[in-house]
Unconditional design. Structure first.
Length: 542
């Protein structure tokens, strides 16, 4: 009884297992027989249609997996994609009831008819870069052919808005030998569900379009399906490596106008900045294609910045020429003084450091109790000198030298006057801008040349019975006049140099303001002219 209970389930399992094995062997036999029957009279060159005048319908789709590379210089797009081809082959259909278990068959693509669909704008060395896989055929003769491939296609790269550009590259597929009357090519939607994102490009979309072209030679239409890969460049890399350094370098170019002219580094800084921009221009030239159709946006920005830097170098040369202007080369023209020192300085709120000071006239004041006589000697000219040889009635002065020797006072602030010994009207010698008894109240500059000369005159007037040859006094006065003239010339030269240096500072400040505004305007005008500038900044820099 126990044996019967044990062998009952075992026998049922054995029968089921035997049936499965027998059915599998029958399916293998049916499949082998079906392959043999289908390929017995099959011609892979024959178009599988009932009527030769009818067109076979072929549906074409695309599965985009990855954008591998966009070669701007060679204008080549490399993508990883799968083609999807669907058609019905009436010679490969069967009745599933006659072949139990055979739901579909797989044929190599070189054993049955397949549409000769090729990538028209292929840039591959073999032209057809797809891997020829098997064709999956079901009982109704519906064929599915999905060859994968690394597609290299030509693409016109429009670099006008680089690096804020959006590129559109076409993948144009069509039959190489069949016209539209023989092969009706229809499109399917693009599948991007398995797309792998690219670090340089964002996929915007892949719209498809069916086209029919008519050529002059033939009246038949030639259809094609074009997939347009629309992608936007991600600008973070180029912004950090090209744009931001360029903006910083252009800012350094403005520092040329803040650098003191006496440092001797203004020209060196400008040339260094210019060479740096040239290096960045070479980097951009290596990336961009050698085309004259359009100038890249970043090249326009670099060119404008280089123009600013070049103009700053030219202006720096002018500033240095102003700053180191030779005072003997002439005074500043009136129109330059009016434009730079008046208008521009007022506009920039600049004031000339220190007032223009002229050397004051040297005056000597001597008050007499009786009357005064004038004998003025200007420092620029030496008039005739009259020294009286007659003795005066005035007793010897206490401050004079004994025995009637002459007293000369040099370096005193004020000459010592003797009220008991007033100078006569014809014996006083006054040096400076005023005469004896002049109403001027101007004080004598301490330690100046005028005080020494006045002391000299006082001593000569106070000398009693002393006869000094006029040529000696003449030579002394000539030397004093020469020294004073040298001071005047130095003051005038310093005033001229100060004017030119202030003009150089005004030009520096004016160019700093003008070039800063021009640089800011160029930066925003050029960069923001790109159609998707706001989108790129919002997505890539945030």
């Amino acid at each position: 009884m126990r044996c019967h209970k044990f062998w009952g389930p075992c026998s049922v399992g054995f029968y089921i297992w035997t049936a499965i094995l027998f059915r599998g062997s029958l399916q293998g036999e049916h499949q082998r027989r079906l392959y043999k029957e289908l390929m017995a009279n099959y011609n892979r060159l024959e178009r599988p249609v009932v009527n030769d005048s009818a067109a076979i319908l072929v549906e074409l789709g695309l599965t985009l997996l990855q954008i591998i590379d966009v070669d701007e210089k060679n204008q080549v797009l490399m993508t990883n994609a799968w083609l999807q081809l669907y058609w019905t082959d009436i010679y490969l259909s069967w009745n599933p009831e006659h072949y139990p278990g055979v739901q579909n068959l797989r044929f190599p693509s070189d054993q049955i008819w397949t549409p000769d669909i090729l990538l028209y704008n292929s840039a591959d060395e073999r032209f057809d870069a797809t891997f020829h896989t098997n064709v999956l055929v079901n009982a109704s003769g519906y064929c599915q052919y999905i060859p994968p491939g690394i597609l290299k296609s030509t693409c016109y790269i429009d670099v006008r808005w680089f690096p804020f550009d959006v590129q559109k590259c076409d993948l144009k597929f069509g039959s190489w030998t069949h016209n539209g009357w023989l092969l009706d090519l229809q499109m399917l939607d693009v599948d991007t569900s398995t797309y792998i994102s690219n670090g340089e490009w964002d996929l915007v979309g892949v719209p498809a379009k069916r086209n029919e072209l008519y050529y002059e030679c033939c009246k038949e239409p030639y259809p094609d399906v074009t997939f347009t890969v629309t992608m936007r460049r991600r600008t973070l890399y180029y912004g950090l490596n090209l744009l931001i350094p360029c903006v910083l370098i252009s800012g350094l170019a403005l520092l040329v106008f803040l650098l003191p002219a006496d440092s001797g580094e203004k020209i060196s800084l400008g040339i260094t900045v210019l060479l740096s921009l040239t290096v960045f221009m070479l980097l951009v030239a290596e990336i961009m294609p050698a085309t004259s159709d359009s100038v890249p946006l970043i090249a326009q920005y670099f060119a404008s910045t280089m123009m600013i830097v070049g103009m700053s170098v030219v202006v720096t040369v002018i500033v240095l020429q102003f700053h180191h202007h030779d005072p003997h080369g002439g005074k500043m023209p009136k129109w330059v003084r009016v434009v730079l020192l008046n208008w521009c300085a007022w506009f920039l709120r600049m004031k000339q450091p220190g007032d223009e000071r002229k050397r004051p006239g040297y005056k000597y004041r001597h008050t007499t109790h009786h009357h005064s006589s004038t004998s003025s000697i200007e420092m620029g000219t030496v008039p005739s000198l009259t020294v009286p040889l007659s003795q005066t009635s005035c007793p010897p002065c206490p401050t004079g030298t004994s025995n009637g020797s002459m007293s000369l006072y040099f370096g005193n602030y004020h000459p010592i006057e003797n009220p008991h010994c007033p100078p006569s009207s014809d014996s006083g010698v006054a040096l400076g801008g005023r005469v004896h008894g002049s109403p001027s109240d101007d004080a004598e500059p301490p330690g100046g040349v005028g005080s020494g000369v006045a002391s000299l005159g006082m001593g000569v007037g106070a000398g009693m019975g002393v006869s000094i040859p006029p040529p000696e006094i003449q030579r002394i006065l000539e030397e004093v006049s020469y020294i004073a003239q040298r001071f005047r010339d130095q003051d005038e030269a310093e005033a001229i140099c100060s004017e030119w240096k202030f003009a150089a500072a005004v030009v520096d400040r004016l160019c700093l303001v003008a070039f800063s505004l021009f640089s800011i305007i160029c930066t925003f005008t050029i960069l923001m002219s790109a159609p998707n500038f706001i989108e790129a900044v919002s997505k890539d820099f945030t």
